[in-house]
Design a protein around this ligand. Sequence first.
Ligand code: DGY
Length: 323
Amino acid sequence: MTKPIIYITRKIPVELLKPYEDRYDFRMWPESETPVPREILRREAREADGVLCMLTEKIDEAFLSENAHLQIIANMAVGYDNINVEAANRKGIWVTNTPDVLTETTADLTFALLMATARRVTEASDYIKEDRWKNWSPFLLAGSDIHHKTIGIVGMGRIGKAVAKRATGFNMSILYHNRTRKHQAEKEVGVTYVPFETLLDESDYVISLVPLTKETKHLFNEAAFQKMKESAIFINVSRGGTMDEIALYEALQSGEIKAAGLDVFEEEPISSDHPLLKLDNTVCLPHIGSSSMKTRSQMITLCLDNIDAVLQGQQPKTPVRIE
Ligand code: DGY
């Protein structure tokens, strides 16, 4: 009997496929670092029943129309701005994402980036590597304190709440802004809801954890950076599209804000000639928010569980639906 075909858009460890191997015919793009070219994805998807894709694949209306026979698209990410979910739902194709399994790992990275930026960790490390450390001096690479400062989290979802919990360990005041009030997080973690403008005005650390949607595109724009304190540090671990990179560059260069820690960019990947990399007050990472060995493996397994459920005629564990 022929088995349903699952196309996987990146080389992933074959051990993770073992539990499902007897039921499915897995086909995979053989490279781990380079995304599958669109033409190949289109060709492979034509024969497949399900696709396990990465955030690098643009699953748009045209792709979905050509592949309306697909039963599921399992995105290996919690964010799904790369997929036209509304069009997929309309065509009866399930879309799934990977919430929960990456929450704590992404919150860890958010805090690591905040700390590295505040305390100028990468700059200080480069200082030694470049053989510039000749003497101890009183204000050598002096950074900003984290403890007892105010953190403003924009997007109080699962990751926002996990970041807030970490902030309590540093005795920080925690402000948040979200589309809807999060009463449970307010009670459990002691976070305070404020309007977006107030958060920008009052926070020492402004953290972007909002998903990228039409409403959040360039939420952090020139006006937003102008509203922030001159000592403010901006951290983005959600999607690059939530910030206007040109406005951010200008705010950093002119001293309108103090520093930025970025795990995401408007167009990824960026190369070494990107203007933001030329600034000393910016720490840039290559979109590694959820990248621990354990979490990335769990994300793949969740994708496979979702595919398995749908192809067995059941509901997937973590569907994405646009109401
Ligand atoms: C996500 O899951 O959306 C992350 O950005 C991937 O690390």
